[in-house]
Design a protein around this ligand. Structure first.
Ligand SMILES: NC(=O)c1ccc[n+]([C@@H]2O[C@H](COP(=O)([O-])OP(=O)(O)OC[C@H]3O[C@@H](n4cnc5c(N)ncnc54)[C@H](OP(=O)(O)O)[C@@H]3O)[C@@H](O)[C@H]2O)c1
Length: 302
């Protein structure tokens, strides 16, 4: 049986991964930030030498994209040095390391899906720190690491765009949503399943893109969430019109919604590595959202 160690286990992906490992009857050690700070090399080395895992999945990360612009050093400590600490510890016990990364390693200037080996060129601090983490992991564990880039994540545990839209729909608010950024909304439970599949299938080490298939904009995603909410939740938004009025978001542009960190205009990632490894990529983003919806709805106000 495979012995797993999960860092950042209380995060959005960490929670779904540990739920999946539990459901599959795997032997795993979930370590949240309070249990293991990945920026502490001695603590990381000790934890790994005590658990002696076959696989470490590093779900610990600084994920506050805008705040990273002003706190790049702190983000770097977690996203780059933390990754390096884990890679060094894995090397010393012969463990595999699965390291989630991000579409933000690309600048978003493309117009066709980014291949796994497309040259990275981060446009902001968060992307730079995540790219440094990827490079540290690949250098320390060239034949024993998986870089699993994902994007536009939502899940039952943690703040995310889908939950925000559900709350707005519940309040009867139709927001303006950015319609000129393209990407792949992705459910954390699907990413967890892809990580599991990599190990279960002894896939070749390398870079994989764990994002939903197809592509959306934040606006088309919001439209789908509002539709699902009003159709499936069967809850009428508290609007004063007594007729059954459909509430829909309205499209706005990136320029209408300025943020400290530049957002990639085109963040669609290619899935060739899954096909080469004989593993199905994640399904279309709408299918994923429909499958995820009950779990997300049940925790939307939590
Ligand atoms: N969220 C997205 O849309 C998105 C998109 C693309 C890629 N990704 C990548 O996907 C992965 C998972 O993201 P997520 O959304 O699950 O993130 P998340 O919910 O923010 O979880 C990250 C976890 O890491 C913990 N952490 C922070 N610093 C730590 C440290 N020094 N030592 C140990 N743990 C630490 C956090 O704890 P605290 O909460 O206590 O700080 C949190 O529980 C990350 O690698 C991220 O870069 C995410």
């Amino acid at each position: 049986m495979t012995r797993w160690l999960v860092t950042g286990a209380a995060g959005m992906l960490g929670r779904d991964l540990t739920d999946l490992l539990q459901a599959r009857g795997e032997e795993f050690t979930p370590l949240a930030r309070v249990d293991l700070d990945v920026t502490d090399p001695a603590a990381v080395a000790k934890a790994v030498s005590v658990v002696k895992p076959d696989v470490v999945v590093n779900c610990a990360a600084w994920t506050a994209v805008d705040a990273a612009e002003e706190h790049e050093e702190e983000a770097f400590a977690i996203n780059a040095h933390g990754a390096l600490n884990l890679a060094a510890a894995c090397a010393s016990v012969g463990a595999l390391l699965v390291h989630p990364s991000t579409d933000y390693v690309f600048d978003g200037g493309a117009s066709a899906p980014y291949a796994e080996d497309a040259p990275p060129a981060p446009a902001g601090a968060y992307g730079r720190t995540k790219l440094a983490g990827e490079q540290a992991v690949r250098a320390a564990l060239p034949g024993a690491s998986y870089i699993v880039r994902t994007a536009w994540l939502y899940g039952a545990h943690g703040k995310n765009f889908v939950k925000t839209m559900l709350r707005l729909a519940g309040n009867g608010t139709a927001p303006g949503v950015v319609a000129d950024q393209h990407g792949q909304p992705t459910w954390t439970a699907d990413v967890a399943a892809q990580v599991y599949a990599l190990i279960a299938n002894a896939a070749p080490p390398g870079v994989y893109h764990a994002t939903s298939s197809g592509q959306a904009t934040w606006f088309t995603l919001a439209e789908e969430i509002f539709t699902l909410y009003q159709d499936q939740a069967q809850i009428q938004p508290p609007i004063d019109n007594s007729e059954r009025v459909r509430l829909t978001p309205r499209p706005i542009t990136t320029a209408d919604y300025p943020t400290p960190a530049k957002r990639p205009a085109y963040s669609v990632l290619g899935h060739d590595a899954w096909h080469a490894a004989g593993i199905q990529p994640i399904s279309d983003w709408k299918d994923a959202l429909h499958r995820a919806f009950p779990a997300i709805l049940s925790t939307a106000n939590a």
